[in-house]
Design a protein around this ligand. Structure first.
Ligand SMILES: Nc1ncnc2c1ncn2[C@@H]1O[C@H](COP(=O)(O)OP(=O)(O)O)[C@@H](O)[C@H]1O
Ligand SMILES: [Mg+2]
Length: 413
């Protein structure tokens, strides 16, 4: 409703502005026509108010033609125009030209600058003593800055229109922010649902296992006890990992990441993050091929954050491969830095959402199927880390074909 109301208000304002402009213009044209017509009367030596000769014709929006069809002395015309315009407070610059009546050829032209006050009406001797041969002439007057002048006469109108436009712009901006905020709120709600679920599963498993151990009347066989202990240990690890991830948000919320940069071998970090993933890869018989071709792999970087970032990419590559994961890692040197590419043959990412996957909490919607769990924090963390290293990250992906993330990190920022 606000949009409709504002739209209506703006339309009305513009219609009125147009109307006001037209009436101001009409007024101006009339003044000029009367002034010119007076000048013509006087040129012809008639008394003011005598029967007019041919009317003044407006040949374009800002030019007027007076068909005198009689001898015209340039100097006299100059004085007359200045006088007549000043009397009517037409104080903008203008040009006039004297034309031959038969063929409209220009025999004399002059430019008169702005603001000639009424007091200074005496013929300006210095201006001209032109040589206009005898004959019949007409003259034209052109006001090059007519439109600007009319607008300047309508200051109040222009001011109120600008004010309204400012309101419209701010309204638009507010609307945009609200929608943005709403989107974020929805994402956050998703995130919380997600997190609760993720935390609940290990908590429940631990509760069941420990309860069995606690309530056993007779000592359980050793193998069984060990199994329950293992479950508790594993679930606890999982819980730790989840909490770790959530803690990454805090890191993200900080505008500037605090990095401790040391000489770091990127190849070692890649191996380290692969090690973290190896158990999961083994379970699914995943394959990893490495082409570490960079000859200079040592850069100035934050060990921990960069390892986390690389792990996140590998983690995604594994998670989003519905079939057996096939991950390809390669590096090479490029422009004073190193290029790392991590490619998988997984589910890929649609073109339309590729620009959003680096947003905090964003996860590609999959309808009602929630087979892959996550918080939508990984990639935004990766991006923050890479940017803190003055690097860049790009994605190439096709749906159902796989994805390839390409990182560039300079040797030292
Ligand atoms: N390698 C990949 N293949 C397919 N989709 C991916 C890949 N990496 C990321 N995505 C998509 O981008 C989204 C955001 O990734 P991320 O920020 O790591 O969050 P999460 O992994 O917790 O869902 C994921 O939900 C997923 O839809
Ligand atoms: Mg992820």
């Amino acid at each position: 409703m606000a949009i409709v109301a504002l739209g209506g208000l703006l339309t009305v304002q513009l219609l009125w502005l147009n109307k006001a402009f037209k009436s101001e213009e009409k007024e101006f044209n009339l003044s000029v026509q009367v002034a010119l017509s007076n000048a013509v009367q006087q040129l012809l030596g008639k008394a003011q108010g005598a029967a007019p000769s041919k009317p003044i014709r407006q040949i374009a929006s800002s030019s007027f033609l007076a068909e005198v069809n009689a001898p015209v002395r340039a100097q006299e015309l100059d004085t007359l125009l200045k006088y007549e315009f000043a009397r009517r407070h037409i104080t903008i610059p203008y040009e006039y030209g004297i034309l031959k009546a038969e063929d409209d050829t220009l025999v004399f032209g002059n430019y008169v600058p702005a603001t000639i006050k009424e007091k200074k009406l005496h013929p300006d001797q210095a201006v001209l003593t032109p040589n206009v041969p005898a004959g019949h002439y007409n003259f034209v007057v052109v006001f090059p800055s007519k439109t600007t002048y009319i607008f300047s006469e309508m200051q109040l109108w222009v001011f109120s229109t600008v004010a309204l436009l400012v309101v419209v712009v701010f309204f638009g901006y507010t609307l945009y922010s609200i929608l943005q905020e709403k989107r974020l709120t929805e994402l956050k709600a998703d995130f919380i649902n997600n997190m609760t679920h993720e935390l609940q599963t290990p908590i429940t498993n631990i509760a069941i296992a420990s309860e069995i151990l606690k309530n056993a009347d007779t000592p359980l066989p050793l193998a069984k006890t060990k199994r329950y202990h293992d479950i508790i240990f594993q679930e606890n690890e999982r819980l730790k990992e989840q909490v770790e991830r959530v803690l990454q948000i805090a890191e993200l919320e900080k505008k500037k990441m605090a990095l401790t940069k040391t000489k770091t071998n990127v190849h070692q970090l890649l191996e380290e993050s692969l090690r973290r993933l190896s158990l999961r890869l083994q379970k699914r018989a995943g394959q990893v091929t490495c082409h570490l071709q960079a000859t200079q792999a040592v850069i100035q970087a934050d060990n921990l954050h960069l390892t986390n970032a690389l792990f996140n990419l590998l983690d995604n590559a594994e998670k989003y491969s519905p079939q057996v994961p096939e991950i390809k890692i390669s590096t090479r040197n490029y422009h004073q830095g190193i290029l790392i590419s991590i490619a998988d043959k997984g589910s890929g990412i649609r073109q339309e959402v590729q620009s959003r996957i680096f947003d905090t909490f964003y996860r590609v919607p999959t309808g009602n199927i929630h087979n892959v769990r996550g918080f939508g924090l990984g990639l935004s963390y990766v991006k923050t880390v890479i940017q803190a290293h003055q690097g860049t990250i790009q994605i190439k992906s096709q749906e159902n074909q796989g994805s390839c993330f390409e990182l560039y990190l300079p040797f030292s920022a």
